[in-house]
Write a protein that binds this ligand. Sequence first.
Ligand code: ADP
Length: 661
Amino acid sequence: MFKKILIANRGEIACRIIRTARAMGIETVAVHSDADADAKHVREADEAVAIGPASSARSYLSIENILKAIEQTGAEAVHPGYGFLSENRKFAAALAEKGIAFIGPGVHAIEAMGDKIESKKLAQKAGVNSVPGHLGVVKDDVEAVRIAREIGYPVMVKASAGGGGKGMRIAGNDQEVRDGFRSASNEARSSFADDRIFIEKYIEHPRHIEIQILADSHGNVIHLGERECSIQRRHQKVLEESPSPFLDAKTRSAMGAQAVALAKAVDYRSAGTVEFIVDAERNFYFLEMNTRLQVEHPVTELVTGLDLVEQMIRIAAGERLPLKQKDVKLNGWAVEARVYAEDPLRGFLPSTGRLVRYREPAAVAGLRIDSGVYEGAEISVHYDPMIAKVIGSGADRNQAIATLEEGLDAYFIRGVSHNISFLSALLHHPRFRAGKLSTNFIADEFPDGFHGAALSDEERRRIVAVAAMIHHRMQAREAQISGRLTPPETTGGAEWVVMIARVPVPVTVAETAGGYAVINGEASHELAGDWRIGDPLFQGRINGEPLSVQIDRRGVGYVLSHAGATVELQVHSPRAAELAALMPVKVAPDMSRFLLSPMPGLLTSIAVSVGQEVKTGQELAVVEAMKMENLLRAERDGKVAKLHAAAGDSLAVDQVIVEFE
Ligand code: ADP
């Protein structure tokens, strides 16, 4: 077994790999950019080596710098994690040349599977079902339209070098094929320096289901069942689970057999994933093979009981697989949610900044958190905006989901925007609960974006109860402070009015043996838990059931977050509530005459000029952010009065780009 391994990655996955290596008694070397000098993975590794400036291209993607770090530390093997150099054939080859073990597949397999067109050809030969389409490079938009018509609409325009959902467009007609061809190839050129495009049939009501495989260097290949990753936004996975609520045993073993056949066809070694798209009739088609550890691997670990990183390390050291296909048993259920630094209420704009407050949920049975940050850490523009993965597991799907929901409710992150409210809303959604998934789920269920989850009447009463309880206690404490200039609102009374969106809800708070009771009309809520003043999280029980509510102060009021909803409210004494009702409401300024940048980014082009008449839906500008091209269109008809920015400008969020008359 290796004595020392280097982890050529950062963030949660580097921490994840360090954890297993340590458990195996292997020393670890972290590498880091200047921006990551204080990162969690650097703190957790036995040794750390600086490999360059913040920009990934000159640090985490620099083969030369990583080779130097290996030489310097004497690491015998390298785990590449996912992303960065994990599927880079040159990196694997450079390591092989130096006699360093790559904890991943051989160069040949990486190369064969690295290109979507070539891998599909190979899969066809190995007897794997693939999506009907045209397995050749499309020359220009004229040819694109011709091929799309041949295949029949709708089609998927895809970059052969694509990955991470980039360089991919759905097209339902000729115009969309032309637009899609142009934007997909631009995106692929800027992200992968390779703009080859191909076109395949768009599979309707698609579900994304992938098979995890493990192969050793002695010709043994097994599969570890599936993960369903149909809940996606912009073709990027948001929730993943294992097993899939859709597969029957027959389909599972047919998909498993094809995945194993493909792995054998490329002499695969290590952990790998064969992705399929599955239609409503359970026909399945090969999408691509990822020759690395996947972000969502924990759900497989939780249902199989295997540590995939450990298996990868053992395989790289030449060991044989410890089990045969018949020994693989899937137990229970696991669901993973990806916590991103982005603002779901503002079109999922990426968010950067410092984690001014950061607290992970307490460890409970069935809850796993894979994170790579700590309080005070910075989410920078340079890297992927994923903060952590939260995984719930249990005997069945409902239990796994309930554990995950509780974990998200108790996950406290401030300083950057995050998508926890959206993740909660997805998990609570009746269609998600019913397992009726499709990759269109988010687009179908949130057609005009996410505006915060709606609370049920009971959830709202619970929020009111928590608000009244905390306010009552804070006022009671204030009352004990002598010599104040302004007297506290309470003089020992227990009557409060909770104002939500200017609607008054009168309640009474009473102390009980186990905590507090809040009486709201007919309903009474018993709150128990060891919440203390100043604690941003109430975590306890309400009428005997577990409840987590996050508490922020805003002015004289509070913002409470629970189950994906955020409620702004004030709590007043009855007299103060009467007066508050008389306060005027502030009106927001009208900004509809302006095109604002929805995110920080680079203005790549402006399609209109001063004096031009524009129609609703017409392209106005393109803003590139986090390597994605975002087309901004006119929201209504109008005439351009002034341009406030020019192509090439760096834009801040809400910066004015175009002004209309
Ligand atoms: P990437 O390498 O960028 O992840 P994939 O080829 O794996 O790209 O596709 C990502 C997602 O895009 C899939 O999970 C699926 O939701 C969707 N997708 C890709 N190809 C098709 C298709 N032919 N029909 C329907 N959906 C597709």
